[in-house]
Design a protein around this ligand. Structure first.
Ligand SMILES: C[S@@+](CC[C@H](N)C(=O)[O-])C[C@H]1O[C@@H](n2cnc3c(N)ncnc32)[C@H](O)[C@@H]1O
Length: 348
């Protein structure tokens, strides 16, 4: 078992609980994960500094009371921690989750960043905010174990009751702890935080980015984003310690039905439908005149122009759309995914 490295200053404040084949094919498109680029595809692009945020010591940065969540009738009132108690940074929110919901981001992590996972001295991965059940953390561990059998996954939850409820799912390489944006003092290679920040204010979400990436290993990654209940539509930002690097949009295009051995195309609608699943940093900026609005508009236009490819299936149409897109794409082409340089979509 690989020892988990702790960031001592942050850990001091934390007491762990005891208890393809069809034509036409897009020129230059790749068809398999084996051709996917490693993390270098992310690190090779221009470093983008964290926008409008500056690093501050954790103690001066996020506190339980400085964060605010959307509070509507469906939301439980956020719990606040008593002064003097060791703090996990953040606030418990709804714990909605679903089996297989995060498969798109997991596959992206396991394939696009395979080299990073394979070569890391300490392959520690945190699933931040796993929700009411630990199912997506279990799946993350299983998927990453195929790439790096020694991977250690820590499910961190800010709701202690969810931490207690997850304990039966503990296994070799997978544990569950209480913690928040301070990452319980751990120093992970990767943090996956899906459907966590969407319930925070935009400014709190930006601060959370800053706090989380400060806790990463030097070549570490944060994948932060949002998806729908079944994970058919997902978007996420990939950040390094240097700030946000890319925006990935991913959509479910095909289903293989085991009983009939037939493949069904899914009606994506249009790529612009992904707008409602944009990460917190972008969703409020999707208005005419903004870069992200222009991107989604261009995706829809390219999707329409690629309509003739639908006869060969949604994957071929998606490839044709990407081929026509006049936007800085990053990494090798992937079915149902497009990754764009953050600098081109960053809000003003
Ligand atoms: C909507 S659930 C998402 C569950 C899972 N990640 C998924 O996508 O299916 C969000 C979870 O994040 C937790 N959460 C919110 N803020 C957190 C924080 N700062 N640190 C750790 N967990 C947090 C909430 O308590 C909740 O259980």
């Amino acid at each position: 078992m690989i020892p988990i490295t702790r960031n001592d200053s942050a850990y001091a404040a934390y007491e762990p609980p005891r208890s393809r084949s069809a034509a036409p094919r897009c020129p230059g498109s790749s068809s398999s994960g084996s051709q996917l680029s490693s993390t270098s595809s992310v690190t090779a692009i221009a470093r983008t500094p964290l926008l409008k945020t500056s690093y501050r010591p954790v103690s001066q940065s996020l506190t339980a009371t400085s964060l605010s969540c959307r509070e509507d009738s469906q939301m439980p009132q956020p719990k606040r921690y008593a002064a003097g108690r060791a703090r996990a940074l953040g606030l418990p929110t709804r714990g909605t989750t679903n089996p297989n919901r995060l498969r798109r981001v997991d596959r992206h992590l396991a394939e696009v960043h395979a080299d990073l996972l394979r070569t890391a001295a300490t392959p520690l991965v945190i699933d931040l905010g796993y929700g009411a059940t630990p199912v997506t953390a279990v799946e993350l561990h299983r998927r990453l174990s195929e790439v790096r059998p020694e991977v250690q996954v820590v499910g961190l939850e800010i709701d202690p009751e969810r931490v207690a409820a997850a304990q039966p799912a503990t296994r070799d390489g997978l544990v569950f702890q209480h913690g928040g944006f301070e990452l319980a003092g751990l120093r992970p290679l990767v943090v996956r935080a899906l459907n966590v920040l969407r319930q925070y204010d935009e400014s709190a979400a930006r601060e959370a980015w800053t706090t989380i990436v400060a806790g990463l290993q030097d070549d570490g990654l944060l994948l932060e984003g949002t998806c729908d209940e079944l994970g058919r539509r997902a978007t996420w930002v990939t950040l390094t310690k240097q700030g946000p690097q890319t925006l990935t949009l991913a959509a479910h295009l095909r289903t293989f039905d085991r009983s009939s051995h037939r493949t069904f195309d899914h009606t994506l609608g249009r790529p612009g439908d992904l707008a409602e699943r944009l990460p917190k940093a972008l969703i409020h900026h999707n208005v005419p005149g903004s870069a992200v609005h222009a991107l989604l508009t261009e995706l829809d236009a390219a999707w329409d122009r690629a309509a003739a490819y639908q006869a060969f299936g949604s994957r071929q149409r998606w490839r044709a759309m990407c081929e026509q897109l006049d936007w800085p794409q990053v990494g090798a082409r992937r079915d149902g995914e497009v990754t764009i340089a953050w600098a081109s979509v960053a809000p003003d």
